[in-house]
Design a protein around this ligand. Structure first.
Ligand code: AMP
Ligand code: MG
Length: 669
């Protein structure tokens, strides 16, 4: 999406200048938090106002009760089975009549003139010396106390009335399920607080229940606020972001036993937000709002919540990272929570402060956290005075379990889905040194351990390879830490494969210099790097790379977008610029996509990126040089089936085709 370039220094009208100054003052105001408290203190203050007992029960059809929680103990109103039942096809007999029966000493029994199929009530008593034919599930007739399997009998053809020879003895009770042996009438079938699963539904159905009393699910209203928020399914406007918090919070509410009432996004407007909050409060047991918490917004949400009613805000500001701007309030016994807008912060604080209340109200028991001990492979810096949570991906290295930070910052939406768990850094620590052992709290379902661990530089075509591996049943985990990070992980045996694209500045050759004892190089593909600009930009259009670069350096109005130090592209840029540092050089995003977006959105005019990215953003492309994207392979892991599969997939023609379709050229093998 293109955003029109703003002219550099327009003459600002006095009224506009005044409003800008006012906005800056508001943004800079420091009296934001009432009082920053520890996470524990926040929980205590909030807890004082909240009754943690499950909500009252409501009657629900059995078919709709899956995942609900029983509000009352349930006693069985009937026996199961409801009568003494045959477990096999055979003959109901008196056990005494079969004593001593054997192949060479069969016992002859006269057949009663009745066949007891399922659902048939027998009418004839089994007297001594007789037997009644009975089907599996049939009622045992009066007088019988055992069943002989049909396989252990034979019909005596010439006998009138018909008879059987029994060739095995049947002890009393043989092949009979007695009434109530499964469920006895009056017995407590299920206890209050039980989560209803398919097995519980089966038991309740066996007793004939078509409806049961379950704990009412707490209704939780979900609201978002932000002028920039765009509803899902609508096109993104310039500067807009999708309201992802609304969706993830609603889903998380359902996961922990609540019923989400999604109310959408409201603009950053006090009147609109207050009215939406009042509507939300009236229609729910609890309100969760996200956004409007940063200083830039002048802390809109906090101001609105403070007007809603008593006792009002009990916590505003928690010494937690991410999550400091959290605001906890109670209005007429209903919790009102303002989560920070940043997605990772929002979901962290939701799980820490909101989920336990919903779980308790829904009758879900307290969740016991699963933890694992792992070593951190890299140094993690932490802010003094705040308990800091770091999302991590777990990987088994030669020194045991390692916890790689998946750190994408609190604004990241994907951080949670890619993490196995998180570790906490205590408020007084400023750093967690590389090699430190840490306790990792696991999140979500027990993640399947990956078959293949790929740590290093990420590339869109790598997804093709990972996808092809998945089709062959191998689950690969990719951790994007850049080429240098990949080399380090490979040297510490923390991965199987490290994708790299690093040029040797001395020779200009890619990746070969990274080979060392125990590490070999497998060639991947080449991707063309080039000079990227908007089509129609007359400063560059129609020129070759050298001329375009010359034009860029000559025009002081032209802005470049650079790349981060350590990236292969940056090395190429520095070689091109031969020491020059044009305007925009300091802007150093970490990906090709960011370069494409900056140019497409007029935040910069040129940069260096790979061809498929230029195409994706509708930009013009002048090829400079191919870049080699290869894989460092740990020799000791080469025989692992997943590594073998990786190598096979890489050479597979179908994979190569898909890699080519993305604009890369598979290298010679
Ligand atoms: P705020 O708390 O409103 O200052 O927002 C902080 C950051 O979170 C901003 O980058 C917002 O765009 C982002 N944000 C706020 N609300 C949402 C939301 N509902 N979905 C996704 N991002 C959001
Ligand atoms: Mg906002």
């Amino acid at each position: 999406m293109a955003v029109k370039s703003k002219t550099s220094t327009p003459a600002t009208a006095p009224s506009k200048a005044a409003s800008v100054v006012e906005a800056v003052r508001r943004a800079a105001r420091q009296e934001q938090f009432l009082e920053v408290v520890s996470a524990e203190e926040a929980r205590r203050r909030f807890g004082v106002h909240i009754d943690g007992a499950p909500l009252a029960g409501e009657t629900t059809p059995l078919a709709a009760s899956l995942s609900r929680v029983l509000a009352l103990d349930i006693a069985a109103p009937v026996d199961a089975p409801p009568f003494d039942r045959s477990n096999v096809d055979g003959f109901a007999v008196r056990s005494a009549d079969t004593a001593g029966a054997a192949d060479d000493a069969p016992r002859r029994l006269q057949l009663n003139p009745e066949v007891v199929a399922c659902g048939v009530s027998p009418e004839i008593e089994v007297k001594a010396g007789t037997a009644t034919t009975v089907a599996t599930g049939g009622i045992i007739p009066r007088g019988a106390d055992a069943v002989v399997m049909v396989e252990h009998t034979e019909l005596v053809e010439d006998s009138v009335p018909p008879a059987i020879n029994v060739r095995r003895p049947a002890a009393s009770g043989r092949f009979i399920s007695f009434a109530g042996s499964d469920i006895a009438r009056g017995e407590t079938l299920l206890r209050k607080g039980t989560r209803i699963g398919s097995r519980e539904i089966g038991m309740l159905a066996a007793c004939g229940f078509d409806a049961i009393d379950v704990v009412r699910r707490p209704r939780v209203a979900v609201l978002s606020t932000g002028d920039e928020l765009v509803a899902l399914g609508k096109p993104l406007k310039p500067g807009g972001v999708y309201d992802s918090n609304g969706a993830i919070i609603a889903a998380a509410i359902s996961e922990v036993g609540g019923e989400a009432v999604t109310l959408g996004a409201v603009p950053d407007d006090e009147i609109a937000l207050e009215s939406a909050m009042r509507t939300a409060l009236a229609s729910s047991d609890m309100v969760v709002l996200s956004g409007g918490t940063s200083k830039g917004a002048g802390d809109l949400s906090h101001r609105v919540v403070s007007r809603l009613g008593k006792p009002g805000i009990v916590v505003h500001g928690v010494a937690l990272k991410p999550g400091k701007p959290l605001c906890l309030a109670v209005v007429d016994r209903k919790p009102v929570i303002v989560l920070p807008g940043f997605p990772t912060s929002a979901i962290f604080t939701f799980h820490t402060f909101v989920a336990p209340v919903i779980r308790a109200w829904a009758g879900f028991g307290a969740e016991t956290a699963r933890t694992m001990t792992a070593r951190v492979p890299v140094r993690i810096a932490s802010e003094l005075g705040r308990e800091e949570f770091v999302l991590v991906s777990l990987v088994t290295g030669s020194n045991g379990l390692m916890a790689f930070p998946t750190g994408k910052g609190s604004g990241a939406v994907t951080a949670f889905s890619q993490a196995d768990g998180f570790l906490a850094i205590e408020p007084l620590a400023t750093v967690l040194d590389a090699g430190t052992e840490a306790e990792v709290t696991m999140i979500g379902e027990a993640a399947r351990a990956p078959d293949l661990v790929i740590v290093g530089s990420h590339d869109v075509a790598l997804d093709v390879v990972v996808g092809a591996l998945a089709e062959r049943g191998f689950h690969a985990r990719t951790i994007a830490v850049g080429s240098q990070g990949g080399v380090a992980a490979a040297s510490r045996a923390e991965c199987d494969i490290a994708p790299v694209h690093l040029v040797d500045p001395a020779t200009g050759i890619y990746n070969k210099h990274l080979v060392s004892p125990g590490l070999s190089l497998v060639s991947g593909w080449r991707r063309m790097q080039g000079f990227v600009f908007r089509p129609g930009d007359v400063r560059f259009e129609g020129r070759d790379v050298a001329a375009a670069l010359k034009a860029a350096l000559a025009d002081p109005g032209v802005l470049m977008v650079n790349r981060n130090g350590g990236s292969g592209t940056r090395i190429l840029i520095d070689r091109l610029l031969t020491g020059a540092q044009p305007a925009g050089y300091a802007n150093q995003p970490r990906s090709h996509n960011a370069v494409g977006a900056a140019i497409a959105q007029y935040r910069a005019d040129w940069g260096v990126a790979i061809e498929p990215v230029a195409r994706m953003y509708g930009l013009a492309f002048l090829p400079i040089a191919p870049e080699e994207y290869d894989f460092l392979l740990l020799d000791e892991r080469r025989d692992k089936p997943a590594v073998q599969a990786f190598l096979a997939v890489l050479r597979d023609e179908a994979t190569c085709e898909r890699v080519r379709a993305l604009g890369m050229e598979p290298s010679e093998k």
